[in-house]
Design a protein around this ligand. Structure first.
Ligand SMILES: *[C@@H]1O[C@H](CO)[C@@H](O)[C@H](O)[C@H]1NC(C)=O
Ligand SMILES: *[C@@H]1O[C@H](CO)[C@@H](O)[C@H](O)[C@H]1NC(C)=O
Ligand SMILES: [Zn+2]
Length: 293
C-alpha cells in the first residue's frame, strides 16, 4: 500500500508540465553562492528586503512557483528564450530574441535600485525575479529553441523515461548533489560552498572576472543578458546535444552525465557569482551603480 501511494504521487509529479527551470536545487545553489559573495552591508539590505524567514536561496524558486498562478501567468514567458538554433551546427542568440529578457532585467533592476522610489514590496518582488532569472539564463536549454529547449526530446536517465530539458534542470543536479552529501538538506549548502571556494581559490579563480565583466559603472549593463545568453547557448553546440543526437538509445546517466558535469558546475557558479556581484554593485553604498544606458 505504501509503495502504491508513493508511485501515485510520483505519477502526479510526472504529469505536471515539465516547465521548471534549473529545478529547485539548481536555483537554490545559485542563491546560496550569491549570498556567499555579498558584502555585509548588502547582505543586511537583502535580509531586510526579504524578511526574517527568507534568503536568496529560499526565494530563488519563487518565480517558478507563482507562474502557475493566474495573476502571474504573464511571467511564464520570461523564463526562456526560443532561439533559432540548430545544434550542433548553429547556436546563436540575436538582439531580437534577447529583447524581452533584456527589458525584464532592466525593469526589475530599476525597481530594486533604492534610489528610484519603489516600495519595499515592489523591491522584494524585483529581487525575487532577478534571483531566479540570473539562474535561468545560465541553463543552456533555457536559451535554446530546438524541440522546445529539449522538452520534446525524450531520453532515458537512470532507467527512467524523461526528456533532455528535465535532466538538465533537475535530475543531473540531484545526482551531482550526492557527491557532496547524502542528506539532501545539506547537499545544496555543501555544493554551493564547493563552487564558492572554486571561484575564490580554485579552477574558476582566473576566469570568474570574465563572467561579470559587463557589470560595472563604465559598462552598458544592457549588454549583460545578451552576453550571458550567448555564452550559455554555446554549450548547446559544444556539450548539450552532440552526444544525445549521436546516441539516441543510450541512457544518459553514464558517459553523458560524466561529460556534462563540469558544465553544470560552471553554469551554476557563473549564475551565483554574477548575482552576488550584481547585487553588490546595485545596492552597495557608494558603489558604482549598475548602468542601464
Ligand atoms: C515590469 O515590472 C512590472 C511589475 O512586476 C510588470 O507588471 C511589467 O510587466 C514588467 N515589465 C517587463 C518588461 O518586464
Ligand atoms: C569541489 O569538489 C571537487 C569534486 O567534485 C573537488 O575536486 C574539489 O577539490 C572541491 N573543491 C573544494 C574547494 O572543496
Ligand atoms: Zn525559471
Amino acid at each position: 500500500m505504501k509503495s502504491f501511494i508513493f508511485s501515485s504521487v510520483a505519477l502526479l509529479v510526472c504529469l505536471t508540465p515539465a516547465t521548471y527551470s534549473w529545478g529547485s536545487e539548481g536555483h537554490r545553489t545559485v542563491g546560496r553562492i550569491a549570498q556567499n559573495f555579498l558584502t555585509s552591508d548588502v547582505s543586511n539590505q537583502v535580509a531586510t528586503l526579504l524578511g526574517p524567514s527568507d534568503t536568496l536561496e529560499s526565494v530563488s524558486t519563487w518565480a517558478d512557483i507563482i507562474k502557475r498562478d493566474p495573476m502571474w501567468t504573464w511571467s511564464a514567458r520570461l523564463h526562456f528564450i526560443d532561439t533559432q538554433d540548430d545544434p550542433t551546427a548553429v547556436c546563436n542568440v540575436d538582439e531580437t530574441e534577447i529583447a524581452l529578457l533584456e527589458a525584464t532585467i532592466a525593469n526589475y533592476t530599476t525597481q530594486l535600485d533604492s534610489s528610484n522610489g519603489f516600495s519595499s514590496q515592489e523591491r522584494n518582488i524585483a529581487l525575487k525575479f532577478l534571483t531566479h532569472f540570473f539562474g535561468d539564463i545560465t541553463q543552456p536549454l533555457h536559451v535554446c529553441g530546438k524541440e522546445l529547449g529539449g522538452n520534446q526530446h525524450l531520453v532515458t536517465f537512470d532507467g527512467r523515461s524523461t526528456n533532455l530539458h528535465a535532466i538538465w534542470d533537475t535530475d543531473m543536479i540531484r545526482k551531482r548533489l550526492t557527491d557532496f552529501s547524502s542528506s539532501p538538506d545539506n547537499a545544496v549548502e555543501a555544493y554551493a560552498a564547493n563552487l564558492t571556494d572554486t571561484i575564490n581559490s580554485g579552477n574558476y579563480k582566473d576566469i570568474s572576472s570574465g563572467w561579470v565583466s559587463c557589470i560595472g559603472a563604465s559598462q552598458d549593463a544592457k549588454q549583460c543578458p545578451l552576453q550571458w545568453a550567448t555564452d550559455s547557448d554555446a554549450l548547446n553546440c559544444q556539450v548539450v546535444w552532440g552526444y544525445v543526437l549521436a546516441n539516441p538509445d543510450v541512457d544518459l546517466d553514464g558517459e553523458y552525465y560524466n561529460s556534462v558535469v563540469p558544465s553544470i558546475d560552471l553554469q551554476l557558479a557563473k549564475a551565483g557569482y554574477r548575482l552576488g556581484t550584481f547585487l553588490n554593485q546595485l545596492l552597495g553604498k557608494g558603489g558604482a551603480k549598475f548602468l542601464l544606458a
